[in-house]
Design a protein around this ligand. Structure first.
Ligand SMILES: NC(=O)c1ccc[n+]([C@@H]2O[C@H](COP(=O)([O-])OP(=O)(O)OC[C@H]3O[C@@H](n4cnc5c(N)ncnc54)[C@H](O)[C@@H]3O)[C@@H](O)[C@H]2O)c1
Ligand SMILES: O=C(O)CC[C@@H](O)C(=O)O
Length: 471
C-alpha cells in the first residue's frame, strides 16, 4: 500500500479549472490549478494514512474568512492546508460582511455573525460555513442548503463548560455572591445570612435536557440537588432526575430554573410574565441558552417585585459585535434597568468560553471544513444529508470524485446515471434532506477531458444546485 509520503502531484492532469461553486468566479487561475506540490503538503490533519487528498484546485486558491476570534487550533488546521486564511477578532456589520463574503469559499463564525439569506445571496463563491460553536440559529440553514452551501458546527464541545458555569451561578445566586463582592469592591463590609441558602436539597428545574441540560443534571445531583426537567422529547433521565409533563409543572416545583433550549420560534419568549408568575416566590432564573428565550422586561419586573430572588443572564437578544462594545441603549433598551438590579449576574456570553472548549471546537470544526473542501464529505453537516465514501488511496490514481448537489425532484438520478453510467463508477452514495439531495460518486479511469465533459453535463441539468469534481 502506498503511504502518505508518496502522495505526489497529478502531473498527468493538465491544468484545468473546474468550478465548485454556483458561479464561474470560483475558477482558480489556470496558472495555479493543479500546482506541483499541492498534494502532499506537510501537516495534514486528515488521519487516514493512505488516503489520497482529493483536490480540485491548488489549496492556496481556497480563501477562508474567520470572524469572531475563532480559536488558534482551528486557524492552524486551515492554514496548514495552505488555504488563504483571513482572521478577524470580531463579527462584521452586514454591509462589510457582504463585501467580504463575496470573495471567500469558506467562512468561519461563532454566534454573532448573522448569515441571513440576504448575506448568503451575495456569497457567490461560498461552499461551506463553519459555526465554531453549538448554536446554528445565526445561519439561514435552509437557504444555505438551497444554494448547496454546507454548514457544520460543534454539537457538544462546550457543553461541559456551560454546565460548570451554571453550577457556579446556582451557588453564587443562592449566596448573593455577586452583591457581596461588589460591596467589598466598593469598600462595604456587609456580613449577612438573610435569604442566603445552601443548594443541597433544593430543586433544579432544567428546561431542555440535551447535551448541556443532561451534563448539568449529573453535576447538580452530585451536589445534593433534586433535578426535574422539561423537554419536548421523551428522554432518559440520568441518575434520579425526573422528567415532568409540562413547563408549568417545572416552574411551580423548581427553586432554580435554568434554560437550555435552542433558539426556535417555539422557544422565543418561552419565559415571559405568565411563566415568571408561575415560579415559586423567591426562586431563581438562569439563562445561558439564547437571549430571545427570556423576556427581559418581564424578568426585570419580577425581580423588582421580589418574586424572583436572583437571576443570571449570559445571553441577550442583541449582543455587541466585539469586546469592549458594552451593551447599551442602542442594542437593548433595558440595559440600565438590568444593571441596577440586586443579585443579578450578567456575563458576556461566555458559557462556552473556556480554553478546553474553544480548542476542541477549533479542531472539530476545522477538520470538518477541511474534509468537506478536500473530500466532499458531509458527515456532521447540519443542513445537508450526511454522505461519505471511503477515501481514495494512491493505488487508485486515475479516479475522480463527483459531487452533485441537486434539487430533490423525481428523475434526477436517472439523468445523473445516464451521464456517469458510461464510466466505471466504483462507488456511489446519495441521500436527501428535504428539498436538497447530495450525490457522491467515485469514478475510475478518467482523464481531464472526461472530467471536463462530466462536469459540463452535470452542470447543464435543470436540477443542479452545485457540481464539484475532485481529483
Ligand atoms: N451560553 C453559551 O455560551 C452557550 C454555549 C453552548 C450552547 N448554548 C445554547 O444552548 C442551547 C442548548 O444547547 P445543547 O447543546 O444542550 O442543545 P441540545 O440540542 O443538545 O439540547 C436542546 C434540548 O432542548 C430541547 N427542546 C427543544 N425545543 C424545546 C422546547 N420548545 N421546549 C422544551 N425543550 C425543547 C430539545 O429536545 C433538546 O433536548 C444551544 O442551542 C445554544 O443556543 C449557549
Ligand atoms: O462562542 C460563541 O460565540 C457561542 C457560544 C454558544 O452560544 C454556542 O452556541 O456554542
Amino acid at each position: 500500500m502506498a503511504s502518505a509520503k508518496e502522495i505526489s502531484p497529478r502531473q498527468d492532469l493538465p491544468v484545468h479549472a473546474l468550478s465548485t461553486s454556483p458561479s464561474a468566479s470560483f475558477h482558480s487561475s489556470a496558472g495555479s490549478f493543479g500546482l506541483a506540490g499541492s498534494f502532499g503538503l506537510a501537516g495534514r490533519i486528515i488521519p487516514l494514512a493512505n488516503a489520497k487528498q482529493l483536490k480540485p484546485f491548488a489549496t492556496k486558491d481556497i480563501k477562508v474568512l474567520l470572524l469572531e476570534n475563532v480559536n488558534q487550533a482551528g486557524r492552524d488546521i486551515l492554514t496548514q492546508q495552505g488555504y488563504q486564511v483571513e482572521f478577524l477578532k470580531s463579527s462584521l456589520p452586514e454591509d462589510q460582511l457582504i463585501e467580504k463574503i463575496r470573495d471567500v469559499h469558506v467562512i468561519g463564525i461563532r454566534s454573532k455573525t448573522k448569515l441571513t439569506a440576504r448575506v448568503l445571496k451575495e456569497a457567490k463563491n461560498l461552499i461551506v460555513i463553519g459555526c465554531f460553536c453549538i448554536g446554528t440559529n445565526q445561519v439561514d440553514l435552509q437557504y444555505a442548503a438551497e444554494q448547496g452551501i454546507a454548514v457544520f458546527n460543534s454539537p457538544f464541545s462546550n457543553s461541559r463548560s456551560v454546565a460548570e458555569l451554571v453550577i457556579g451561578e446556582i451557588i453564587a445566586l443562592a449566596r448573593q455572591l455577586g452583591d457581596r463582592s461588589n460591596e467589598m469592591h466598593n469598600g462595604t463590609w456587609n456580613k449577612v445570612s438573610n435569604k442566603c441558602w445552601e443548594i443541597r436539597g433544593k430543586t433544579l428545574g432544567i428546561i431542555g435536557y440535551g447535551h448541556i441540560g443532561a451534563q448539568l443534571s449529573v453535576l447538580a445531583e452530585a451536589m445534593g440537588m433534586s433535578v426535574i426537567f422539561y423537554d419536548v422529547s421523551n428522554l432518559m433521565a440520568l441518575g434520579t432526575a425526573r422528567q415532568v409533563e409540562t413547563l408549568e409543572v417545572l416552574l411551580a416545583e423548581a427553586d432554580f430554573v435554568t434554560c437550555h433550549v435552542p433558539e426556535l420560534p417555539e422557544t422565543k419568549g418561552m419565559i415571559g410574565q405568565p411563566q415568571l408568575e408561575l415560579m415559586k416566590d423567591g426562586s431563581y432564573l438562569i439563562n445561558a441558552s439564547r437571549g430571545t428565550v427570556v423576556d427581559i422586561p418581564a424578568l426585570i419586573h419580577a425581580m423588582r417585585s421580589g418574586k424572583i430572588a436572583g437571576a443570571a443572564l449570559d445571553v441577550y437578544p442583541n449582543e455587541p459585535a466585539g469586546n469592549g462594545d458594552y451593551f447599551n441603549g442602542d442594542l437593548n433598551m433595558w440595559g440600565n434597568d438590568l444593571r441596577s438590579l440586586k443579585n443579578l449576574i450578567l456575563t458576556p456570553h461566555i458559557g462556552g468560553s473556556t480554553e478546553e472548549a474553544q480548542s476542541a471546537i477549533g479542531v472539530e470544526v476545522g477538520q470538518a471544513l477541511v474534509r468537506y473542501v478536500n473530500e466532499g464529505t458531509t458527515l456532521g453537516a447540519v443542513n445537508l444529508p450526511e454522505v461519505t465514501l471511503r477515501s481514495l488511496t494512491m493505488d487508485e490514481p486515475n479516479n475522480a470524485r463527483v459531487i452533485y448537489i441537486h434539487r430533490n425532484i423525481p428523475g434526477v438520478l436517472r439523468k445523473v446515471n445516464e451521464i456517469i453510467g458510461d464510466h466505471n463508477v466504483d462507488k456511489q452514495m446519495t441521500d436527501s434532506r428535504g428539498d436538497v439531495a447530495y450525490l457522491m460518486a467515485d469514478i475510475s479511469n478518467v482523464d481531464t477531458a472526461i472530467i471536463k465533459a462530466l462536469y459540463e453535463s452535470l452542470e447543464s441539468l435543470s436540477s443542479r444546485i452545485m457540481t464539484r469534481i475532485l481529483y
